[in-house]
Design a binder for this molecule. Structure first.
Ligand code: CA
Length: 421
């Protein structure tokens, strides 16, 4: 598909992440105004709440944009999603008859503050990159036993916390927790010393399934509303002490960050790609009817306080062994009800080479191999004041479908209240 031209000139720039081909959904505010739904186009945001109020968008009997979240649209289902995208394309395309009416509803992006784009119903995190699972398994169990016996048969996941999913730009406080060094006699409690990122994609479920009703992979694909960048913050010293036998808990519960723009499944259609060949044949309920992954280039930058950012990871979403559609199918396979606004983390995305590893745990091989940040500073794990930024885009012919950035600064841990306080 070629670049679709818009009368918003900046949207036609080959390096702009938000051409007419993209039209991602976010929630923004401007000084003195409340948060509301908007669509990115070039270096502008179209205020769709105002467009609906003006009658420029009139697709349903009910208001889609009364609330500053995209959940109301999600609940309408794929036919309305398609109709809205077609209408937005019509309004913003070069030669639009309604340019005069739409132009006053554009806001400069650099004057806007971004907010959570949707209400997260629940958050589930998976573990679906073979390179990542092999790296972590090698560190904890040795090379021969790196992949758990279930890994090639089942998309492994755990139920996480929706309450601590926050948007890019929200600082994260270093977690306190209980940990025990391998050579220590007893556990201690205090700020995590091994705070880490996990570079992931988040898939947003747009329509749910009733409790008790499983879904096929093809159905699951049509239920996915869109994707965001996702940083699944992890405390590597808390995790090994707490995770057996029930899986991650406090090591993951304190924060998950997402990028502010939901890139829709429709915008990603030209970039579909297949999961890799299966080493073990999957059970029939998990087989894919077609390509379910996407070719999305991903980077992570790290910057010390007042320092220059450095790229520490470059990888691609196409490295996953399981797609979001497979994960959603598996999630509902027992009869578990999925809801509009459910967020599915892909699992850390690591490529085969060292510079493609999506976590510091892998990049420094468990903290044994520090790397240079510049200015003479080196890192194994994250220090207070460090800023981590995820970026991602799909590259088209003469345009790109970008996700923007997911950027977060780490604040020092808070003092734990004394007993009796
Ligand atoms: Ca994760």
């Amino acid at each position: 598909m070629p670049l679709l031209k818009s009368w918003v000139a900046s949207a036609n720039d080959a390096s702009n992440p938000f051409p007419l081909n993209n039209l991602p959904y976010g929630v923004f505010s401007t000084p003195g105004s409340d948060p509301r739904c908007g669509v990115a186009i070039g270096d502008r945001i179209l205020d769709v709440q105002a467009a609906e109020a003006n009658g420029l968008i009139d697709l349903t009997d009910v208001s889609l944009f009364e609330l500053p979240f995209w959940n109301d649209l999600m609940e309408e289902g794929p036919a309305v999603w398609t109709a809205l995208r077609a209408r937005l394309t019509e309004l913003l395309a070069e030669g639009s008859a309604e340019q005069d009416k739409v132009e006053p509803l554009l806001v400069p992006m650099d004057e806007a503050e971004m907010h959570m784009p949707f209400m997260v119903s629940e958050f589930t995190d998976f573990y679906a990159s073979r390179n990542h699972a092999t790296n972590i398994g090698t560190m904890f169990r040795g090379k021969e036993n790196a992949l758990p016996p279930n890994w090639l048969h089942i998309p492994i996941g755990y139920n996480g916390r929706a309450s601590t999913v926050v948007v890019s730009g929200t600082p994260i406080t270093r977690p306190n927790g209980q940990s025990k060094a391998p050579d220590a006699d007893a556990p201690g409690f205090g700020p995590s010393k091994r705070l880490d990122i996990e570079l992931e994609m988040g898939a947003i479920v747009g329509t749910g399934n009733p409790m008790g009703q499983p879904i096929t992979v093809a159905q699951a694909d049509t239920m996915i509303f869109g994707y965001v960048l996702l940083n699944d913050w992890s405390a590597r010293d808390i995790q090994p002490w707490e995770y057996q036998p029930l899986g991650p808990f406090q090591a993951k519960a304190f924060a998950t960050s997402i990028s502010p723009w939901i890139v829709t499944r429709a915008a990603l259609e030209p970039f579909r790609t297949s999961t890799p060949p299966r080493e073990k044949e999957l059970l029939p309920y998990l087989t894919e009817p077609g390509p379910m992954l996407y070719d999305i280039a991903l980077t992570v930058e790290m910057a010390p306080q007042d320092g220059e950012p450095k790229v520490i990871c470059e990888t691609n979403y196409d490295q996953m062994y399981y797609s979001a559609a497979q994960q959603l199918t598996h999630h509902a396979s027992s009869g578990c009800a999925m809801m509009p606004g459910d967020l599915l983390g892909s699992g850390t995305i690591s490529g085969p080479e060292k510079h493609q590893f999506g976590s510091l745990q892998e990049l420094t091989w468990g903290g044994k191999e520090p790397f240079e940040l510049g200015d003479g500073q080196s890192r194994t794990f994250i220090e207070d004041g460090d800023t981590l930024t995820l970026s991602g885009h799909a590259q088209g012919d003469g345009y790109r479908v970008g996700f923007g950035q997911c950027t977060t600064t780490i604040l020092p841990a808070v003092a734990f209240p004394e007993q009796g306080d």
